[in-house]
Write a protein that binds this ligand. Structure first.
Ligand SMILES: *Cc1c(COP(=O)(O)O)cnc(C)c1O
Length: 425
């Protein structure tokens, strides 16, 4: 349907038939009953669609997958147990041992570790690119065995905005897709497919759920990448799959080849499936996503403006501030707002940062980010503590960086909390 995003948040996904529950039910069942073994066999062979085992699909999960696919404008989506699993499946669906990928370095610390350690151990090599890399620098990273380019639309926690069109143009020139992690802006503030990205991944544990109740991830397929045009690069999609009686995904599933393989091959084999309960919680969360994002952004703008006017603050990083180095890119890709997360440094460095955080009363120190309660974190000593100083600098995380995740409480209460904490320094 050609509804506004706000309407899609509420109306997409679960579409009850006559006499069915108005609200998405939780199908808390591992399996589904069929009258004939033949039908079940056809389901197994992907000859017909339908649910048979919750690792592969479940009606509650399907509903929220369709909701996110509608919000991003994709042909299909796959929900995973966590955001990490979404990134892993998105890459492993088209890159295997002996292959190479390119990634922006300003990405979530967990994704950096996944690429830099686990994928390398699995035989997939990675080249990291600095934010703001020139065309020439990006070009230089490509190899004959490069299978994809990855970036974060708005990076956690350094808040760099990816030049999606630049990355998409260069990826496509080399016959590979651009995969982006759109967790921070959410589809409310940025729809990467409109700028040429091919696959979107999410940690739905953040704003999409919004209440910090359920872990989850999502892989969304735009359906636009022409795998067949680069068939030699993507044999997993374009040659027969022996484990499915020789199905060729691009022939059988057309524009949904990638997302179908992600489910029927990788989810089948790796089992990183979400619980129906968590899919339900995610759907409930997305019902109000449009309202929450608006408030997160207006609150964060007020906090960022306040911080940049206080002389106890060393620096403020928020792409919504006109002087910010990412302001122009944010205006282009996220004109209605970025997200509720701000990073800043306090004069006095790491030690002052810790004292400030401990003095906060409303904002809680938690690892989590991007939910409706204001929270705060010191990445250098927590989420990014595995990185050495050079890796920290490359990821845009300085030792004094405070990640402040502005919630949807009344802005004056958030500002008063910050003021009283600064006054204790
Ligand atoms: C949190 C996060 C992830 C990982 O998601 P989990 O749900 O914690 O596994 C990936 N990308 C970004 C941008 C994140 O913020």
């Amino acid at each position: 349907m050609n509804w506004h995003l706000d309407t899609k948040c509420i109306q997409e996904g679960w579409k009850p038939g006559n006499g069915e529950p108005r609200v998405l039910p939780i199908y808390q069942s591992t399996t589904f009953k069929y009258d004939s073994a033949e039908t079940l066999g056809d389901l197994f062979d992907l000859k017909i669609g339908g649910d048979f085992y919750t690792r592969l699909s479940n009606p509650t999960t399907n509903a929220v997958e369709q909701k996110v696919a509608a919000l991003e404008g994709g042909v299909g989506a796959l929900m995973t147990s966590a955001g990490q699993a979404a990134s892993m499946l998105a890459v492993c669906n088209i890159a295997r041992s002996g292959d190479h990928i390119i990634s922006g370095v300003a990405i979530y610390g967990g994704t950096f570790n996944l690429f830099n350690k686990t994928l390398r151990e699995l035989g997939i090599d990675v080249t990291f690119l600095q934010p703001g890399a020139s065309d020439e620098e990006i070009e230089a990273a490509f190899r004959p065995n490069t299978k994809l380019v990855f970036g974060e639309t708005l990076s956690n926690p350094s808040l760099n905005v990816l030049d999606i069109e630049q990355y998409a143009r260069l990826a496509h020139a080399h016959g590979v897709p651009l995969i982006v992690d759109n967790t921070f802006p959410t589809p409310i503030n940025c729809r990467p497919f409109e700028f040429g990205a091919d696959i979107v991944v999410h940690s739905t544990s953040k704003y999409l759920d919004g209440h910090a109740t359920a872990l989850g991830g999502m892989v969304v397929d735009s359906g636009k990448f022409d795998w067949q045009a680069h068939a030699d690069k993507f044999p997993g999609l374009t040659t027969p799959d022996d484990s499915y009686h020789g199905i060729v995904y691009t022939e059988q599933f057309g524009s949904a080849a990638y997302i179908t393989k992600c489910r029927t091959h990788l989810m089948r084999d790796m089992g990183v499936a979400p619980s129906p309960q968590n899919a339900f919680l995610l759907s409930q969360g997305i019902d109000t996503l449009h309202l929450r994002m608006e408030r997160h952004c207006s609150n964060a703008q007020k906090v960022a403006e306040y911080l940049s006017g206080d002389d106890r603050i060393a620096w403020v990083n928020y792409p919504g501030l006109p002087g910010d180095k990412n302001y122009a890119l944010a205006q282009k890709y996220m004109p209605h707002g970025t997200c509720g997360v701000i990073s800043f440094g306090i004069k006095g460095g790491r030690e002052a940062a810790c004292r400030f955080m401990e003095a906060l009363k409303l904002a809680a120190i938690v690892i989590h980010v991007a939910d409706l309660r204001t929270c705060v974190l010191h990445p250098a000593s927590t989420t990014h503590r595995q990185l050495n100083d050079q890796q920290l600098a490359e990821a845009g995380v300085t030792p004094d960086l405070i990640r402040f995740s502005v919630g949807i409480e009344h802005p004056d209460d958030i500002l008063a909390d910050i003021r009283q904490a600064l006054d204790t320094l």
